[in-house]
Design a protein around this ligand. Structure first.
Ligand code: CA
Length: 338
């Protein structure tokens, strides 16, 4: 390193709040989903090998009450269900994981995400549609897989499970949270020092996990656009100072969208909302979703620019990304880590 580049580096560091350089985490969003189909075990292996700190699992139930790793309660966007079980759709034309036993779900081929109306991939440059062979993993299979990799590599990646649509599951007479907590307990994910963050969009359920169900580990309240109300959760309130103060009584952090953290661009730089600062006042960690280096917000020219905006300038504690290798590489460029 030349003296000039060292000076430039130090000058850059001096302009950054020291608190913003606290340990940061990279969360592999649905695995290394920029490279392999989301929520497949090969995608999780790749994310693990890329050095992601946490690997995400979205969880829904099968008909026989077994948590499986899938992003949606419907399965026609990532599997060949419409070809294999054409008669099993509901009146709305969709196929639901909850209408299939685990043995049936295991017969399905998982593929890169596509639009079931057009058959076209959502991200055309990603893993080719219908290529190679992938299966839906159960939550337990995935935990065994990750814990096995933790052992053989000597590097412990954490888990980041999301309970999907708990109110909808209850309407269908299934208590997904209770089942997921039993599995977490069995696999040693119990306390705030275990490498787990449990996440949910449903505020009533986040409170229930902490109180009625007695979960002792770290909890993340996911935040959506206030206009997109989910399960009666008032996101406008939760992102307010009063809401964050309430949330801090039960949760350890928040998972906002990028747009709830970055308000816009001004010239070469970004402008930010007050959300991160206010959340930190209440000791809430902030993990925004989702950095996709192959699908950047308008005006952003590189993934690294976005990692810097979130992790350094806004001072978030971690980010969800489809390209965990790029996030890990970015963090390594910072002088202080862990
Ligand atoms: Ca998720």
């Amino acid at each position: 390193m030349t003296p000039w580049s060292l000076i430039a580096l130090l000058a850059g560091l001096a302009s950054v709040n020291a608190e913003n350089l606290a340990p940061k985490i990279i969360i592999a969003h649905r695995g290394a989903s920029g490279y392999l189909p989301e929520h497949t075990l090969p995608g999780k292996a790749l994310a693990h090998a890329m050095g992601a700190d946490y690997l995400e699992q979205d969880l829904v139930l099968s008909q026989d009450g077994i948590p499986v790793v899938l992003h949606d309660i419907v399965i026609d966007t990532v599997t060949d269900v419409a070809k294999r079980f054409p008669e099993r759709k509901r009146a709305d034309g969709r196929y639901y994981a909850l209408d299939f036993t685990l043995a049936e779900l295991k017969q399905l081929q998982v593929t890169e995400r596509f639009d079931p109306r057009t058959g076209k991939p959502v991200f055309p440059a990603r893993f080719p549609l219908g290529q190679a062979t992938f299966q839906i993993p159960t939550f337990e299979e995935e935990l065994q897989f990750i814990q096995g990799l933790n052992r053989t590599t000597g590097r412990e990646a954490g888990i980041y499970p999301e309970i999907k649509s708990p109110a909808w599951h209850r309407e269908q007479r299934q208590d997904i949270s209770r089942i997921v907590l039993q599995i977490l307990e069995r696999y040693g994910y119990r306390t705030k020092s275990d490498k787990v963050f449990l996440q949910c969009f449903d505020y009533q359920e986040v409170k229930r996990l902490r109180t009625e169900l007695g979960y002792q580990g770290r909890l993340i309240q996911l935040l959506a656009d206030p206009k997109a109300s989910q399960a009666g959760t008032d996101f406008a309130f939760l992102t307010s100072r009063a809401g964050l103060a309430e949330l801090a009584k039960v949760a350890d952090g928040i998972g906002p969208s990028l747009a709830q953290v970055i308000s816009g661009k001004s010239g070469e730089g970004f402008t930010f909302t007050d959300l991160v600062k206010t959340a930190h006042e209440f000791k809430l960690q902030v993990h925004p979703y989702t950095i996709r280096t192959d699908d950047l917000p308008s005006g952003v020219t590189s993934g690294e620019q976005l990692f810097r905006a979130c992790l350094v300038e806004a001072g978030v504690d971690g980010v969800f990304t489809d390209q965990p290798d790029r996030g890990v590489a970015f963090l390594r460029t910072l002088v202080v880590r862990k």
